[in-house]
Every structure is written in structure tokens, then in C-alpha cells.
Design a protein around this ligand. Structure first.
Ligand code: IPE
Ligand code: IPE
Ligand code: MG
Length: 247
């Protein structure tokens, strides 16, 4: 395990890792348990991976915790997930501070219950001065929601005259995204064997390296993270150029 860690080239770490934490429900079902049991155990993996990224010196970690589409799940699962979220944040803020981790949230906060918004705001404030790992929680997030929102807000500025359409650049668009303060993810990991993006950071993942593993999220641990990073480091990122041009 530590052997894997030693193989990682710390000078070529992905600056930003994004993870679709999938497979909690199947993990629980395989054990004859309720889906919420899987979510509950998924928190252990979150703790482990956040710690793993902080130890390595990864600068940004984005975790897809709840999608806009997940609101359509059965009510008891949605309520259970919200309660788990608030409970986890309350319990973990101290550890985040101890490890110098700064929390960020992206997503449609208007959809969240008020008690969850308040708990989140408190945690954001309490960790706002930290300078280590940036932990970005994607909550009630979907890429199409984000892009639609960006388009609406750009239209508002154009209409009011504060933005000239001729000057709209990629930088302008970036400014209207929820990720405006973060670099694009370089490595995207999805657990539990699905080969899809499920409405996650569609624009920002343009040149990310994608890594898929069959491991269910509640089983995902630091050594799985190290494997993904090693795989990333073995790839040639060409950004549209030829291999020779990169030499
Ligand atoms: C991911 O696990 C967690 C959330 C989407 C909240 P799932 O709940 O999607 O688990 P599976 O994919 O049904 O196994
Ligand atoms: C994506 O997983 C969302 C999160 C992990 C939060 P889903 O389980 O909701 O995605 P689909 O339904 O398999 O595409
Ligand atoms: Mg799933």
C-alpha cells in the first residue's frame, strides 16, 4: 500500500481531482442492507480520501455528493442523505480545520432545506481562512443547471449594458460558472463501474483524464486513489497536439 504511494511523482500530481462517488446503494444491497447504510459507510471513504489528498498535497478535490437529478429519488433516501450531510459536516469541521482544509460548495443551494444551508454556511465560514487542500462539495449540482444559470446571468448583464457581447471570452464564461475560482480538474475518477459523467462538470472536464474503477465507493480507500494517480501519471496528455510536439 505505502509502496504505491512511494511510486507517485509528487512533482506531477493532478492539481485538481474530481470524483463521482458512486455505488453506495449497490454496496448496501449486496450486504442485504438498506441504501442509506451504503451512504453512511460512504462517509468513511470521504474521510479517507480527503485525508489522502491532503497528505499528498493535492490542491483541489471536488466530490460529487448529490446531483440535481438525485432529488427525484424516494423521499426517505433524500431526507436520509440530507440528515447525513448535516451530521457529517457538523462532526468534521474540527478535523477540516486541524488539517488546514478549506471547504467550498457548488450547486443549487435554493433546493436544499434551510437547516442544511445554515450548517453549510457555518462550515464555510469556519474553514474560510485555511490554506491547504480546497475541498469542493458538489451538492444539488448538475452541469446543465450550472450552464443554464451562467447563460441567464450573462444575458442579464448584457441587457443591463454592463457586459458587451463582443467582449465575451472563455474567461468571461469561466467567471459565471460555480467553479470560477478553481482550475479545471485534471483527473476525474468514477467508482462502481459506470462509464458515464452523469451531468458532472461537463465543461470543466474538457481535457480531464478519466479513470473508472469497479470498486464501490464505500470500499474506496487511499490505495485506490494512489492507483488512479499512478494511472494518470502514466498517460500522455496531448491537448490536441501530436506526441512529437510535446517532447
Ligand atoms: C452514490 O451512490 C451516492 C449518491 C448518488 C448520493 P448511489 O446511491 O448512486 O449508489 P448506486 O449507484 O445506486 O449503487
Ligand atoms: C451521480 O451518480 C451522482 C452522484 C454520485 C452524486 P448517480 O448514481 O446519480 O448517476 P446515474 O443515475 O447512475 O447516472
Ligand atoms: Mg449511482
Amino acid at each position: 500500500m505505502s509502496d504505491l504511494k512511494q511510486q507517485i511523482d509528487l512533482t506531477r500530481l493532478p492539481k485538481h481531482i474530481a470524483i463521482i462517488m458512486d455505488g453506495n446503494g449497490r454496496w448496501a444491497k449486496e450486504k442485504g442492507e438498506d441504501r442509506l447504510f451504503g451512504h453512511f459507510h460512504g462517509v468513511e471513504s470521504v474521510r479517507n480520501i480527503v485525508e489522502g489528498c491532503a497528505e499528498l498535497g493535492v490542491e483541489y478535490l471536488t466530490l460529487y455528493a448529490f446531483s440535481t437529478e438525485n432529488w427525484d429519488r424516494p423521499e426517505n433516501e433524500v431526507n436520509g442523505l440530507m440528515a447525513l450531510l448535516v451530521d457529517t459536516i457538523r462532526k468534521e469541521v474540527e478535523t477540516l480545520n486541524k488539517n488546514n482544509i478549506k471547504l467550498h460548495v457548488i450547486g443549487d443551494m435554493k433546493m436544499l432545506p434551510q437547516y442544511a444551508v445554515e450548517e453549510l454556511q457555518e462550515a464555510l465560514e469556519m474553514t474560510s481562512k485555511n490554506t491547504g487542500l480546497n475541498l469542493v462539495m458538489a451538492l444539488s449540482y448538475s452541469s446543465r443547471w450550472e450552464l443554464l444559470n451562467a447563460v441567464k446571468n450573462i444575458a442579464i448583464e448584457v441587457k443591463s449594458g454592463t457586459l458587451d457581447p463582443d467582449t465575451i471570452s472563455y474567461d468571461t464564461l469561466q467567471r459565471f460558472l460555480t467553479t470560477s475560482n478553481f482550475p479545471d480538474p485534471e483527473l476525474m475518477i468514477r467508482t462502481s463501474g459506470e462509464y458515464r459523467i452523469s451531468n458532472f462538470l461537463l465543461y470543466q472536464l474538457a481535457y480531464a483524464e478519466l479513470y473508472f474503477t469497479n470498486t464501490r465507493w464505500p470500499d474506496f480507500r487511499k490505495h485506490n486513489l494512489y492507483e488512479a494517480i499512478l494511472d494518470f501519471q502514466a498517460r500522455e496528455r496531448r491537448f490536441g497536439k501530436t506526441s512529437e510536439q510535446l517532447a
